[in-house]
Design a protein around this ligand. Structure first.
Ligand code: UDP
Length: 476
């Protein structure tokens, strides 16, 4: 190897996100911050994600702005038309294990980024679910950083699983989902069984998702550092638990806002893998302040026809204005000839607006938005927190059940609607959030928003943690 070239080059980080909208978006933002701070970044996408980005975003802008940034791709091994939704996540991971991982390994060992190449990587930054990264990083002798883009409280419930098993709390005995959890330090007194990730409701300890979580638990502490998209004041008790399993932790969020503070110009690129329908912005411009409920279940969750009708009637009966994202493929079991009841279509025309994908960050920042009915995905939760918008939470899976409990019970900036989907309850919660307790919720949400924004400004905790992360990478 040409040692002089290698040692003169800036540190080179290979970032490998889980190929889903949330992690890709988050890690692209971190990649930009790295480039702004003199690091070289290779961003490894699956071909599927890369094609989605190519057709929906201005990917060229990355190369124009950051000469030290490049994309690489590997196939995910799934047929092109295979759904990449929440229910298919295990398929995606199995397929990647068989197809993508060997290619990644070759790339960083004997391939273009191996130790003997012209551009050797000096650090791997991978999604926390990628357990294979530990052995590969060891093989080539570079440090590994794990970044799990779920909430830290959600991740902590994964890390508590061995203790829950050992103590007999998992699998649950009996069907009472309201029983409090004892063996999740930092969450005593408010975390119920129903607030754990929904896949903990299985009675089968050999369930593949449970085994996946246990595998992640064994691998996470083997990384040189753990990155979290959160800020100290939001999840302090959980971050101190995390420090016990890994001495180097970097809470650097909310990342989407953090990137804005680090960019001289302020504007960020959209990393959407669906085409954004921007027509909702002029519609929002015409609505009174804080009057519109934004409704979205993110990029992976799906609902059935009954749930669609309950939410729709709840919305319409509440009398609120609403902007609703109906992602293609997100409603299952809807016949083609489905006829929308006349009362729903009339009310929707009067005070609703439906899009297939929204510029969500911009929507949540809009003064017309007064609340967010969300599936409690972590990116959506943080985006809502930063803009001071209270939430009605209807969690679907992974960390979302934990997040919604924190929103309702710990941060008190919204209402948790988990495990029910009934038009009367939907209507009641909307009235509470948007009418009867509107001021209370807005006040508390505004306070947390200020803390979130302060954390990513110069001198704030996340700002300092990110500087420390960049310095540590430079020293690796
Ligand atoms: N999103 C968007 N437009 C939409 C709906 C969602 O840009 O119409 C973005 C949203 O801003 C967030 C991401 O998609 O950054 C969803 O991530 P999250 O972690 O909330 O949920 P997931 O999709 O992973 O379940």
């Amino acid at each position: 190897m040409d040692n002089e070239i290698a040692s003169a080059s800036p540190p080179h980080v290979l970032i490998f996100p889980l190929p889903l909208q949330g992690p890709v978006n988050c890690m692209l933002k971190l990649a930009e911050i790295f480039c702004l701070n003199g690091l070289q970044v290779t961003f490894l996408n699956t071909q599927y994600i890369q094609e989605c980005l190519l057709s929906c975003t201005n990917i060229e802008s990355y190369f124009q702005r950051y000469p030290s940034f490049r994309f690489e791709t590997v196939p995910d091994g799934l047929p092109e038309d295979s759904p990449r939704t929440a229910d298919e996540i295990l398929n995606l991971l199995d397929s990647m294990e068989a197809v993508s991982v060997p290619l990644f390994q070759e790339m960083v060992t004997s391939g273009p980024y191996g130790p003997n190449s012209e551009k050797p990587i000096t650090c791997i930054l991978a999604d926390g679910i990628f357990c294979f990264a530990v052995d590969i990083a060891k093989q080539i002798g570079v440090p590994l950083l794990y970044f799990d883009t779920v909430s830290t409280c959600g991740l902590w419930t994964y890390l508590c699983l061995p203790k829950l098993i050992e103590s007999g709390e998992f699998p649950f005995k009996g069907d009472d989902l309201d029983e409090l959890i004892v063996n999740a330090p930092g969450m005593e007194g408010f975390l119920r069984r129903r607030d754990l990730p929904s896949f903990y409701r299985t009675k089968n300890i050999n369930d593949p998702i449970i085994q996946l979580v246990l595998n992640e638990d064994r691998h996470l502490p083997l990384a040189q550092g753990l990155i979290f998209n959160t800020f100290e004041n939001l999840e302090a008790p959980i971050l101190s638990q995390m420090r016990k399993i890994c001495p180097k932790i970097y809470p650097i969020g909310p990342l989407h806002t953090h990137l804005k503070t680090r960019l001289a110009t302020g504007g960020t690129t959209s990393n959407s893998i669906w085409k954004e329908d921007r027509s909702c912005i002029p519609w929002l411009d015409m609505q009174p302040i804080n009057s519109v409920l934004f409704v979205s279940i993110g990029s992976l969750a799906v609902i059935n026809k009954d749930q669609l009708m309950e939410i729709w009637y709840g919305l319409v009966n509440s009398g609120t204005r609403f902007l609703w994202v109906r992602r293609p493929g997100s409603i299952v079991g809807l016949e083609k000839e489905f006829e929308i009841p006349i009362d729903l279509s009339r009310a929707t025309k009067e005070r609703g607006y439906i899009v297939s994908w929204a510029p969500q960050e911009e929507v949540l920042a809009h003064p017309g938005i007064g609340g967010f009915l969300t599936h409690s995905g972590w990116n959506s939760t943080l985006e809502s927190i930063v803009e001071g918008k209270p939430m009605i939470c209807w969690p679907y899976f992974v960390d979302q059940q934990v997040n919604s409990r924190y929103v309702g019970e710990v941060w008190k900036i919204g209402l948790d609607m988990k495990d029910t989907c009934d038009r009367v309850i939907v209507e009641g919660m909307i009235r509470e959030l948007m009418e009867s307790k509107k001021d209370e919720f807005l006040q508390r949400a505004d306070h947390i928003a200020n803390v979130a924004n302060a954390s990513v400004n110069k001198g704030g905790c996340s700002y300092k943690n990110l500087d420390r992360l960049i310095e540590d990478i430079k020293l690796m």
